[in-house]
Design a protein around this ligand. Structure first.
Ligand SMILES: *Cc1c(COP(=O)(O)O)cnc(C)c1O
Length: 383
């Protein structure tokens, strides 16, 4: 299968050169807009492209507010603060994610509780979440969710839409409401993905996006907070050093952060956003080709969950076992076609080794089997 797969991927990208997992594509107004910022001298934290990028993203996702940040991790940090996460709190999340999800929890002085994922979404399982809460948590007389063991506050729930595939949001929204948990979505990988027709990142009290170089659109580095009106205003304030509007004086009314996105980066973002739907169409076509390739083979292609439109940011397969996974990684990377295993579980990193957790059978099973395949937007057909 490996030789056939490598040949198939080379056919898609029509090259004998190295094929990366994900490369950005700049085919629209990127140069034009970036040059405009240079010509205007407004390259830094104030500028028209920041406002435009925020407005365009709010319009695209249907979020009342969108606040640009310096990267996706900063967006997550501030989103958790907005959700009320305080030092000593616990935040329920999945062990199968990029480390930024859990680092942001740690920045708040809080700790993660790891809950298993579903095999069909690769994201947080509402069933596992509810089972853990039934067994290990209670609502105190004020309605605050606490652990039975130590009375620690369970403040928020932070699911992540793995590789662009939406988690089961209806169920997660229901479980979070029942247990008084603030729902914060890490939608870093799922810009443009829809759950029952609505954009991921807009289901909780706050959601976050990332525009790192490897994401579906990039600003070089950047992120976004999606929120309602009130939290959106708060987000803008604390990501811009908590400065009160004043014609010339420096008045800051709380500890703020310098997390704003420079105008230079926002210019790139505005141009990339114009191409987003075309990128998604290309990636969905590639995913359909991969799906056809894996029909009847031993490795299983990961499909978008029912009722969803995934952006198929990174295509993934589930290998039969660890042996097949390792053989595939070795063969493909040796022949210049980049593939990567899914992340090590957070519970296997020294930082989070002692964290609370539920049963993690699915996450452990997937950790040994999932491989990402090259997923860049395909080159335009040459005529
Ligand atoms: C990319 C990513 C982030 C944020 O990353 P930044 O590089 O800080 O923009 C957060 N969570 C997940 C799951 C990601 O993939």
């Amino acid at each position: 299968m490996f030789d056939a797969l490598i040949g198939f991927i080379r056919e898609q990208y029509r090259t004998n050169d190295f094929i990366p997992l994900h490369a950005p594509v700049f085919q629209g107004n990127e140069k034009k807009y970036v040059l405009e910022t240079v010509d205007s001298t407004f390259v830094s934290s104030v500028g028209a492209f920041v406002d435009r990028f925020e407005n365009d993203m709010a319009a695209y996702t249907g979020s009342p507010r969108a606040v640009a940040t310096v990267n996706g991790t900063a967006a997550l940090h501030v989103s958790l603060l907005l959700a009320g996460v305080k030092p000593g709190d616990l935040v329920l999340t999945q062990p199968l994610t990029f480390v930024a999800t859990c680092n942001a929890i740690a920045y708040c002085g809080a700790e993660p509780v790891f809950i298993d994922v579903d095999r069909h979404t690769l994201g947080l399982s509402p069933t596992a979440l509810e089972a853990w809460l039934e067994e290990s948590a209670y609502l105190d007389p004020e309605g605050v969710c606490r652990t039975k063991a130590g009375g620690q506050v369970l403040r928020a729930c932070l699911p992540m839409h793995t590789f662009g595939h939406p988690v089961e949001l209806d169920e997660l929204v229901r479980v979070c409401a029942r247990w008084n948990l603030a729902l914060v979505e890490d939608a870093a990988e799922s810009l443009g993905s829809l759950y029952k027709g609505r954009h991921t990142g807009t289901f909780g009290c706050v959601g976050t996006l990332s525009f790192n170089g490897n994401k579906i659109i990039t600003t070089g580095g950047g992120g976004m907070i999606l929120a309602g009106e009130a939290l959106g205003v708060r987000a803008k304030h604390i990501t811009t050093t908590a400065k009160k509007a004043h014609p010339y004086e420096y008045v800051h009314d709380e500890v703020g952060y310098n997390y704003r996105l420079p105008n230079l980066n926002a210019a790139l973002g505005c141009a990339q956003l114009e191409s987003l739907e075309a990128f998604i169409a290309s990636k969905r076509a590639l995913a359909a080709s991969y799906e056809a390739f894996f029909q009847g083979r031993s490795a299983q292609f990961v499909l978008e969950p029912e009722g969803c439109r995934s952006n198929y940011w990174l295509n993934a397969i589930i290998c039969e076992d660890l042996e097949q996974r390792d053989a595939l990684l070795l063969a493909s990377n040796a022949s210049g076609v980049m593939t990567r295993p899914i992340w090590r579980l957070m519970t296997h990193l020294p930082t989070f080794a002692d964290s609370l957790r539920g049963d993690l059978s699915n996450a452990l099973w997937l950790e040994e089997r999932v491989v990402n395949l090259p997923s860049s937007v395909l080159p335009e057909p040459s005529i």
